[in-house]
Design a protein around this ligand. Structure first.
Ligand code: MF3
Ligand code: CO
Ligand code: CO
Length: 296
């Protein structure tokens, strides 16, 4: 919980928080919603977005450090011949040992403590008896809850030595996350993030998954706003300091369309092509952004 309820002021010439793309004075200023200039209140009223204060951020960062340590542990242990359920055990035990809760476990009925998505699996892979083979890629998506606060991050790892295709999709996807993050500053919009990612991915002949998006995070697993990895410049909600959300592009080497398997969770590329993903939890700062789960 935040003890710092400091409000953020919107200037007359700043972009209007309603997302219209107009200056505040030409839009909602004096028209009710944002007339008091209290963005925290307005963002909750209008979008149900809960902006975070410095105490909240400290806590989410602590969770973020645990999430990154978990990913490091997994990376160190990954080897050909391993089954994906071993990754689940590693993540579950490490999370609990550190006084945290694995957020995926029982989340809307998800049966395991981490998502593990191999090759053509886009996301929400359920750990089980699938064997990791030399040349595979595997995304490990870790979300932990420490002292009630959530942080969410994922990386795609090589299993053994990567081939050419595998190297390409992983590199492009990592760059897509970077390009999205670079857009994050107050006054820009959610659409700017998606636009940057989509341009990069499609410019490399890859495609952007539409069905799953980034999301607000911190007090809950999935909060508003949604953060699509495609879109138009200047479109959608305006970024303001204190917003915390994930950027988590899922990029396919082939076409964008997907299927959900009969388990009700596993999303796979319809054409069987490789799919990769990287994810970080990002905070909009007064100047630029800060990652609460920072990695390169
Ligand atoms: N960690 C995923 C995300 O980035 C969500 C997984 S939901 C689960 O949003 F239920 F599959 F765990
Ligand atoms: Co995640
Ligand atoms: Co996420």
């Amino acid at each position: 919980m935040s003890f710092q309820e400091k409000s953020v002021k919107v200037g007359r010439n700043d972009p209007c928080p309603c997302g219209s793309g107009l200056k505040h004075k030409k839009c909602c200023l004096g028209k009710g919603d944002f007339s008091k200039g209290n963005v925290k209140e307005a963002y909750y009223q209008k979008y149900q977005i809960r902006l975070k204060g410095e105490e909240d951020i400290k806590g989410i960062k602590r969770t973020g450090r645990l999430v990154l340590a978990t990913l490091d542990l997994v990376e160190e242990k990954i080897r050909p011949g391993m089954v994906t359920d071993e990754i689940n055990t590693l993540v579950h035990d490490f999370t609990v040992k550190n006084g945290a809760i694995p957020a995926p476990l029982n989340y809307h009925g998800f049966p395991k403590s981490v998502c593990v998505s191999v090759n053509e699996v886009i996301c929400h892979g359920i750990p089980g008896d699938r064997i990791l083979n030399e040349g595979d890629i595997v995304n490990v998506d870790v979300t932990s809850i420490l002292d009630g606060l959530y942080a969410d991050a994922s990386k795609t790892f090589f299993v053994g030595t990567p081939g050419e295709d595998v190297r390409k999709i992983v590199e492009v996807t990592r760059e897509c996350l970077r390009a999205g993050m670079e857009q994050v500053e107050k006054g820009k919009t959610v659409g700017d993030i998606g636009w940057a990612i989509q341009g990069l991915a499609e410019g490399e002949g890859c495609s952007v998954v539409r069905e799953f998006v980034g999301h607000g995070v911190g007090f809950e697993f999935h909060e508003p706003p949604q953060v699509p990895h495609y879109g138009q410049r200047g479109e959608g909600i305006v970024l303001v300091p204190g917003m915390v959300f994930t950027i988590e592009p899922m990029i396919n080497l082939g076409k964008a369309s997907l299927h959900i398997l009969d388990d009700g969770w596993t999303a796979v590329t319809a054409d069987g092509s490789l799919s990769a993903q990287f994810e970080q939890t990002i905070l909009v700062r007064e100047n630029g952004f800060e990652s609460l789960t920072p990695f390169d």
